[in-house]
Design a protein around this ligand. Structure first.
Ligand code: NAG
Length: 323
């Protein structure tokens, strides 16, 4: 008989047995804690004002557990799980996890990913919908909110300006198509857009927040009535090759300036065609700067209207203006 082998088998099987018992008891304890937590949560929900209980009611659940389950000696672990489960930090973690899951941070120059979505103009494949045009995807925290209503009314009024630049606007908010459609009536009325019919651009239904997560648009500080984070005011400018050319993020409290967004499009489209960059506060038609990469001998062929070199103390000739 091989005693060493026998000893080994004996120890091994005991270890497995022990592990099994240990694991099963842990599962049992875990189940009990969960039941306590669910009971406590239901209690808390019934006793609190409907709404943002995830944020504000951690304390009342903890208190409930303390008074009711102290004698069971589970208050400490229950509270640990409890805070794990409802701590506002969980919202952060959820965002963080989703951020790191399947998307790296999207940057200028990256190809904007395609997606399918239901919109107020039916379901779309984003790339097909864009065709060869440029696109502006802009997000909103929620339907029937004051700032967004003013923004969408402004974009609807600016649609001819977008068309002139071959740019298709598309909005997104974390509500359903039915909700969007109801909201459009308010936008039309607020913006006095009665003659703009049908509503000139689609609004994406992102009730499940899939796109909001995919495009990293969630705002940790903007928590909706369901206790979940809403989208910030994001703007993605996408060119005809589906490349993201600009990304602008605003908080929910600050409405965007769509003149500025059009100005960025003008600058992008102009600098794509010419070896120039647009200076501070530039507006379409104003002089712009010749790129530093343009050599002096190329100036006359590239800029037949002439270039003004602005003198600076360093003596370097890099401030070159052209009409
Ligand atoms: C669009 O809506 C339909 C019906 O509600 C649903 O089955 C489908 O998953 C939605 N599509 C997307 C891309 O969300």
């Amino acid at each position: 008989m091989n005693w060493n082998l026998a000893k080994h088998i004996f120890l091994e099987s005991n270890l497995h047995g022990f592990q099994l018992v240990f694991k099963t008891s842990l599962h049992l304890i875990e189940r009990l804690l969960w039941i306590a937590l669910i009971v406590a949560s239901i209690y808390s929900v019934f006793n609190t004002w409907k709404g943002e209980w995830i944020r504000y009611k951690t304390k009342s659940i903890a208190l409930f557990l303390e008074t009711n389950y102290k004698s069971w000696g589970i208050i400490v672990p229950a509270c640990t799980i409890c805070t794990d489960f409802i701590d506002p930090k969980r919202v952060d973690d959820m965002i963080e996890k989703n951020y790191n899951k399947d998307c790296s941070i999207m940057n200028i120059g990256d190809i904007f990913p395609n997606f399918q979505a239901n919109t107020t103009q039916g379901s779309i494949d984003f790339y097909d919908w864009l065709g060869d045009s440029w696109g502006i995807l802009f997000s909103h925290p929620a339907d029937f909110t004051p700032v967004c209503t003013t923004e969408l009314a402004r974009v609807a009024a600016l649609v001819p300006e977008f068309e002139r630049r071959d740019v298709k606007p598309i909005a997104l908010s974390c509500d359903s198509v039915e909700s969007h459609i109801g909201w459009i009536a308010d936008i039309v009325s607020y913006g006095k857009l009665e003659d703009v019919s049908p509503f000139p651009f689609p609004i994406i239904d992102d009730e499940k927040r899939e796109l909001a997560v995919k495009f990293q648009m969630l705002d940790k500080d903007e928590i909706g009535s369901k206790g979940l984070p809403l989208t910030c005011r994001a703007v993605f400018i996408i060119d005809s090759k589906k490349k993201m050319r600009a990304k602008i993020l605003y908080p929910a409290s600050t409405g965007r300036n769509f003149d500025e967004i059009l100005r960025v499009v003008d600058s992008l489209q102009l600098t794509d065609k010419n070896k120039v960059a647009t200076p501070v506060d530039w507006k379409k038609g104003e002089p712009c700067m010749v790129l530093p990469t343009v050599k002096s001998e190329e100036i006359s062929s590239l800029f037949p209207n002439g270039v003004e070199v602005i003198k600076v103390p360093s003596g370097k000739e890099y401030l070159r203006k052209t009409q």
